[in-house]
Ligand binder design. Structure first.
Ligand code: PMP
Length: 395
């Protein structure tokens, strides 16, 4: 049986796309060398820059692919081959940075945080002080634990030690504040299927600083993958932005069209408002989870992400059973992916168009599901706490 169309998706990507976006995407078939498509692609690039606070004219690349591709392509195009890189890992996706860098022959040092924590800034300073590093790779929101790194401060540290900062913004862009221009973040990568509210399949890369552009000009042409050479894509991206057509490899036309529309809606909501909405809903989710007696994995409120929350389940409750029962109740939540959290936790995504009704429905169903699975839950305790947050914030 196919899913009920009223099923609520509380996963950390893919997320629900708006009907407007789907309709616009389905309205016609755009041919990739048509002026119409060039115009839409140009809009997508310009709007994306605004969302991440990139300077006008900062090179943006929209490639067919997922977030992992964006990480990999960005890395090999801006970081000197074979050089030393420092990875800050707060979980599964931080480790992915390290794996990608190793796969490409970089010399990798990883500073890993405790579960539910982020690497301390002093530790980063201490490691970079040893010298010899070319780049610092970090995940903005670690989707496996629900923690958020302080990218603004890390950018300051990167400047001080003259290393290139690459930020994985897959689970943050368009939901968490990020201002790569004024913060001095060299490179941001993301993917379409999360807070950008677009179907999966686009890898986005932005080179936000002079430093990033210079590095890309130096290394791009000799990247050992033809498809991944951003200098070859640049001509197409630049042409589209001028409203002109060009060809390197066929873009994901429908997805780009969807992205342009979704970005228009995101900007119409207003970025500040959107960031506040995400922060508030996340706070309500955490309050609800704690209210019913669950432990939120993010150890401090200041580092708890606005887009995804991981929580430990009561002893003896299996995440697979919880997910299945939730799904039967028409709400989809995610299973754990962090090795230390497998078998004992769940993840709830709350990004994109998620609203206060979704939050209440999720907390309410989770209480019933856990109680039915034998956990010591008192119905209404989580709900009461989530309600309180929403009420106090005027919702
Ligand atoms: N980084 C983060 C923080 C992610 O959450 C994800 C996907 N969940 C990725 C990278 C990888 O993205 P993708 O699955 O689109 O390759």
């Amino acid at each position: 049986m196919y899913p009920d169309e009223r099923r609520i998706l509380m996963t950390p990507g893919p997320v629900v796309f708006s009907v407007d976006t789907l309709r616009f995407m389905a309205s016609t078939v755009y041919e990739h060398t048509s002026p119409d498509f060039a115009l839409i692609h140009g809009d997508a690039i310009r709007r994306f820059r605004v969302v991440i606070g990139a300077p006008s004219g900062a090179p943006v690349f929209i490639l067919p692919g997922s977030g992992t591709l964006a990480m990999e392509v960005a890395l090999v195009n801006v970081v000197k081959p074979g050089s030393r890189v420092l990875v800050l890992s707060h979980g599964f996706f931080g480790d992915r940075w390290a794996e990608i860098a190793k796969a490409h022959g970089y010399s990798v040092t990883t500073l890993s945080s405790e579960l539910g924590e982020v690497v301390g800034l002093e530790a980063v300073v201490e490691e970079l002080s040893k010298g010899g590093y070319e780049a610092l790779l970090v995940t903005h929101v670690e989707t496996s634990t629900g923690v958020r790194a302080d990218i603004e401060k890390l950018a300051g540290i990167a400047r001080r030690f003259d290393v290139t900062l690459l930020v994985d913004g897959v689970s943050s862009v368009a939901a968490e504040p990020i201002n790569c221009g004024s913060w001095g973040v060299d490179v941001i990568v993301t993917a379409s299927q999360k807070a950008l509210e677009t179907p999966p399949g686009l890898a986005l890369i932005a080179l936000c600083t002079e430093r990033a552009v210079e590095a890309y000009e130096r290394y791009s042409a000799s990247v050992k993958s033809y498809y991944a050479r951003l200098n070859l894509w640049a001509k197409v991206m630049e042409a589209y932005e001028r409203g002109e057509v060009a060809y390197f490899a066929t873009p994901s036309t429908h997805l780009v069209v969807a992205l342009a529309k979704s970005l228009e809606k995101i900007l119409a909501e207003g970025l500040e408002r959107r960031f506040r909405r995400h922060a508030l809903l996340a706070k309500a989710i955490r309050a609800g989870l704690r209210g019913m007696g669950l432990e939120v994995v993010a150890r401090r409120e200041e580092i708890a992400a606005s887009t995804v929350t991981a929580a430990l389940l009561p002893e003896g409750v299996n995440p697979l059973d919880v997910r299945k029962a939730m799904m039967n109740g028409n709400i989809v939540i995610a299973l754990p992916i962090h090795p230390a959290l497998r078998g004992r936790s769940i993840r709830i995504g709350h990004m994109g168009s998620v609203n206060h009704n979704d939050v209440i429905a999720t907390i309410a169903l989770l209480e019933r599901v856990l109680k039915r699975l034998g956990a010591p839950i008192e119905l209404g305790r989580g709900l009461e706490e989530a309600q309180r947050v929403l009420y106090e914030e005027g919702l």
